[in-house]
Design a protein around this ligand. Structure first.
Ligand SMILES: Nc1nc2c(ncn2[C@@H]2O[C@H](COP(=O)(O)OP(=O)(O)OP(=O)(O)O)[C@@H](O)[C@H]2O)c(=O)[nH]1
Ligand SMILES: [Mg+2]
Length: 449
């Protein structure tokens, strides 16, 4: 049972216009009353202006806006007070200290959201959506998070579970009251099981895209010196980020940046040009380039379209063909575009990094490759890895149920499998989950959320 009152700074530390402290629990109002003159009666959802200062002290700490949310109409479901202070980490820490001094406990990571879940305000998919919302990097991950927060996934899962629960009670009635309820041909149960399994497969098909949009991928730009790798980085970023010169070996260290390509969060790395060198610094840079190639899920291999491929480039392309998805980028098409390619990579794009030509085609090619085989257009719910594991298990139970039906085995077996599937579905929305799983989910949150 939740009994104590928790407090935390809910906004990021550092100077800002405002900074918010959140206090949740039975004693929230009483605690705040020790350093803020409350207007009685305190009205829920109304802002009150006032000063923070300890009783019997002249020292003002801050002038703030207080908002009270009376249980159960708050995010956590408990009495909650928000103190909107000026955004100084010194002020916020002073006020937080007062909360702790008068009886609040410092909230653990994600504890406000955990309480919202434990108090039945949101289910587990919605709690996960709160995390995704805070961490969303592109419009696609934002939409998924909002969809899940609205309960779109929960509704699907609950409908699915309800259909199985209905079937299970029918099966159990047949088992428990054999004299009163006529036995049914096993085949009659097949459609419900098949429907459930189909929907689960549809949901599973969104998992890979979900992971891609949530977590993103790492892409490395590689190639010989002077082919235009840094120019390409700059045109993808649409800013002059990396140094570009006509001197071969300009980029000596890897350079990482973040991009949003058609809704996919991308970490992009510009690397030092690959060549044999005796220069110590350049050598280390090239070693780092090789590490980046290893770590990337997709490679952009740049070549100079005005020159023939040299033997090193050919070797690299052949190696990539065996190991990694890559796009061959033929650069400098403003100078010449009648290149006679000796290789036929699966993907190639012609660009002029200097004059921003072909960049959009390149971006589309990148998202097309990353999404290939991952999108399911019928359901854009983008489930996460935890949902995926549970749905796999649920599907296994349903497959067993189908085997029971096909082989006309005793109906008790069917009851066992359907029950297992129902329990799995419950785990997704947070019914019958262990304390361990709950702790793991909320441990990823930040303090104050
Ligand atoms: N005409 C033309 N010149 C380009 C293009 N892209 C790059 N360059 C020029 O090629 C030279 C090398 O460009 P960088 O972007 O520094 O090449 P890099 O591959 O990063 O080179 P290193 O860092 O030395 O490995 C510069 O003078 C660029 O202006 C292009 O599309 N067209
Ligand atoms: Mg460079």
């Amino acid at each position: 049972m939740i009994s104590d009152t928790i407090a935390a700074i809910a906004t990021p530390l550092g100077a800002g216009g405002i900074g918010v402290i959140r206090i949740s629990g039975d004693d929230a109002v009483k605690i705040v009353g020790n350093f803020f003159k409350l207007k009685i009666p305190l009205v829920s959802h109304q802002a009150t202006f006032g000063k923070i200062r300890e009783k019997n002290s002249d020292q003002i700490i801050d002038s703030i806006i207080l908002i009270f949310f009376k249980s159960p109409k708050s995010f956590t479901g408990e009495d909650t007070v928000e103190l909107h202070c000026h955004g100084s980490s010194y002020i916020l820490n002073q006020v937080l200290d007062l909360c702790l001094k008068y009886g609040a406990r410092l909230a653990a990571a994600g504890e406000f959201t955990k309480r919202a879940f434990l108090n039945g305000k949101i289910d587990l998919t919605q709690a996960e959506a709160v995390y995704d919302l805070i961490n969303s990097k592109t419009s696609v991950s934002l939409k998924t998070a909002n969809d899940h927060l609205e309960g779109k996934l929960s509704i699907k899962i609950k409908d699915l579970r309800d259909s199985l629960v209905k079937m299970l009670s029918h099966i159990e009635a047949i088992i428990d009251f054999p004299d009163e309820i006529d036995e049914e041909p096993m085949d009659n149960f097949a459609p419900t099981v098949i429907n459930a399994s189909n929907l689960i497969n549809q949901l599973l098909a969104t998992a890979d895209a979900g992971k891609l949009y949530r977590e993103g991928v790492k892409i490395a730009i590689i190639g010989s010196p002077n082919v235009g790798k840094s120019s390409l980085l700059n045109s993808l970023l649409r800013i002059d980020r990396a140094i570009v010169t006509d001197i071969a070996g300009t980029t000596r260290d890897t350079l990482e940046e973040y991009l949003n390509i058609n809704g996919i969060p991308i970490q992009i790395v510009d690397t030092a040009g690959l060549r044999h060198t005796e220069d110590t610094v350049e050598k280390i840079g090239i070693e780092r380039s090789l590490v980046s190639i290893d770590q990337a899920q997709l490679i952009l291999m740049v070549i100079d379209g005005t020159k023939d491929l040299d033997s090193e480039e050919l070797k690299l392309i052949l190696k990539l063909q065996e190991t990694k998805p890559f796009i061959l980028i033929i650069n400098k098409i403003d100078l010449s575009d009648n290149l006679n390619l000796k290789v036929s990579p699966q993907y190639q794009v012609f660009v002029s990094a200097k004059f921003n030509r072909g960049i959009e085609q390149l971006e589309n090619k990148i998202s097309e490759i990353l999404l290939s085989g991952k999108t399911d257009t019928s359901l854009d719910l983008n489930i996460n890895t935890r949902h995926k594991e549970i749905l796999y298990r649920a599907n296994e139970s349903l497959e067993n149920a189908l085997i029971t039906i096909k082989n006309n085995l005793p109906i008790d077996f069917l009851a066992i499998d359907v029950k297992a599937a129902i329990i799995s579905m419950g785990e997704i929305i947070g019914e019958n989950v262990t304390e361990e799983i709950i702790t793991e989910i909320f441990a990823n949150f930040c303090v104050g959320k």
